[in-house]
Design a binder for this molecule. Structure first.
Ligand SMILES: Cc1cc2nc3c(=O)[nH]c(=O)nc-3n(C[C@H](O)[C@H](O)[C@H](O)COP(=O)(O)OP(=O)(O)OC[C@H]3O[C@@H](n4cnc5c(N)ncnc54)[C@H](O)[C@@H]3O)c2cc1C
Length: 497
């Protein structure tokens, strides 16, 4: 008989795990607290504008294809990739900007316009980090590390040392690159996992390096089209997704997970329970007894390290802005001070920004002659209790962001073209998706919270209970969560064989 699986949460992790298990013959049901599926990878629609709520940068395209391949489906029947080139346009307060193209000839021209020393440094930096990436990919990202010996065996420890993760991202970057603007361009991207480039391990320099070497992509319709594609594929296998269903408890009997209870007291039973809800939230709220939590007891959760959060403004504009590319950075004055503020409990006064303008390449996200842009700034998570996300705070952030934006040549009058405006705060991430402490990327992927030291896929204390998502191994980001789904499914299949 088919084994039944119940998944709490319809984020990337929940949906991709559902599809993989359905294709292996499991009977799968997904329960989501929100009205819309997708979790943080969500969509904001306000005709004629369509915005991706959070994730927008698509790296490692083959990992997206692989989910369909693993389910014996052809990804081309579900999603359409659009090449993004330049991968980035980075703007600076002095009015300069650089395009980072996929094409080596124009890239080298950009770099040489900075200095030949930095052009050589950039190439050496790519090669150094590429080597580390190959090691990380071969030995860490695709390992489940359920077993201590998988990590502590000599070959793993030798490979870990080869990734030379002990310096910070910024230290490694400045070893190769002298120009401050170029340093900031690379450092900012290490922030995509929610960790400071001045404190986090240098392994996260692989973010800008993968983008440069393998390119970035856009999905037609935006990142949310991947969620819609997973939903369609799940239904094609007879899977069930129920929305507006908030789980209150994972039911445990004799050390075994046997079902879930909703906030309205409905109970549903299954052979296997998987929580895609943020791991620390699952420990804090969905498991009711400390005996089932191991080292992640509620009182211990505050001792863990969490990523920073984000504040986002969504703007629907009435005219086109060809000055912008799809992915843009505005690297502001006092770069370090303003980045540090997100990790020390302060709001940035001169925020550096990531500006996403998908309508540069995708008309399906706009039904008018305007533009949709989302502007993201790093801010403290909710563990810093000194900041309340009220109207005053939102106004402060909004005004600082808009005055930074207006420094970009051609965007001076942007405020006059706004016909729709909305915001996403750390509090919204917590309230809508149960992101623990409003941390945008979950548990921080520091050295002491990575690989074997990050929460595992399988509970050691409760049989038949599994976890998938940003706060478990290997870490945050859509493509990395997709790897987490692949690994948890491998674990389930192994335990069932
Ligand atoms: C601002 C921002 C920008 C980002 N940009 C990028 C990017 O450009 N590229 C990239 O690759 N990644 C990006 N990311 C990261 C990426 O969005 C996440 O890593 C990914 O979406 C997380 O997926 P998940 O499955 O782990 O969890 P989630 O998306 O958090 O899904 C968990 C789901 O569980 C549901 N849930 C929680 N509690 C319950 C309950 N009690 N009952 C029922 N359901 C429940 C939630 O509502 C949610 O739907 C970004 C993240 C943020 C916040």
């Amino acid at each position: 008989m088919k084994k039944s699986v119940l998944i709490i949460g319809s984020g990337i992790g929940g949906l991709s795990t559902a599809l993989r298990l359905l294709s292996k013959g499991y009977d799968v049901k997904v329960y989501e607290k929100e009205k819309m599926i997708g979790g943080k990878t969500n969509q904001l629609v306000h005709p004629p504008f369509t915005f991706d709520l959070t994730a927008s940068i698509l790296m490692n395209r083959e990992v997206y294809e692989e989910v369909f391949h693993d389910a014996n489906l052809d990804y081309k029947d579900f999603i359409e990739f659009i090449k993004v080139d330049p991968t980035y346009r980075s703007f600076y307060p002095d009015g300069t900007f650089y395009d980072f193209t996929r094409d080596l000839v124009s890239l080298i021209k950009t770099l040489e316009s900075i200095s030949t020393e930095d052009a050589i440094g950039y190439m050496k930096f790519l090669s150094e980090v590429y080597e580390r990436y190959i090691i990380a990919n071969d030995h860490f990202l695709h390992q489940s590390f359920e077993n201590a010996m998988d990590f502590f065996k000599p070959s793993s420890l030798i490979n870990a040392s080869k990734t030379k993760a002990f310096s910070t991202s910024h230290q490694l970057i400045s070893e190769y690159i002298k120009d401050e603007k170029l340093q900031e361009f690379l450092s900012y991207q290490s922030l995509y996992v929610g960790i400071s480039p001045y404190e986090g391990p240098s392994i996260y320099t692989l973010v800008p390096v993968i983008s440069q070497l393998y390119g970035l992509w856009h999905l037609k319709g935006g990142m949310y089209s991947f969620i819609k594609a997973l939903e369609k594929a799940i239904y094609s296998f007879g899977g069930v997704i129920e929305t507006n269903f908030s789980v209150n408890e994972i039911i445990i009997s004799n050390g075994k997970a046997i079902g879930i209870k909703s906030t309205k007291n409905e109970t549903i039973f299954a052979d296997i329970i998987i929580s895609n809800a943020d791991f620390p939230y699952t420990m804090d709220t969905l498991l009711k007894s400390d005996t089932h939590k191991g080292k992640y007891k509620t009182s211990k959760l505050v001792d863990l390290k969490y990523t920073c959060s984000t504040f986002i403004i969504y703007l629907g504009l009435k005219k086109k802005y060809p000055q912008l590319s799809v992915h843009n950075l505005y690297l502001n004055v006092d770069f370090k001070k303003n980045i540090d503020s997100a990790f020390t409990g302060h709001l940035p006064t001169n925020p550096s920004l990531y500006i996403y303008c998908p309508t540069r390449v995708d008309n399906s996200m706009i039904a008018s002659d305007g533009e949709c842009i989302s502007i993201v700034a790093r801010v403290p998570n909710l563990f810093f209790r000194n900041i309340a996300w009220n109207e005053k705070t939102i106004k402060f952030m909004r005004n600082n962001i808009l005055s930074a934006l207006k420094n970009i040549s051609g965007l001076e009058d942007i405020e006059e073209d706004i016909i729709y405006e909305n915001y996403l705060t750390p509090q919204n991430l917590k309230d809508s998706f149960n992101a623990y402490g409003g941390a945008a990327f979950g548990l921080s992927p520091t050295l002491t919270q990575t690989n074997y030291f990050r929460p595992h896929f399988m509970s050691s204390y409760v049989k038949n209970l599994y976890f998938v998502g940003s706060s478990v191994h290997p870490g945050p980001g859509v493509s990395i969560v997709l790897l987490s789904s692949k690994l948890v499914v491998q674990e389930i299949l192994r335990n069932d064989s």
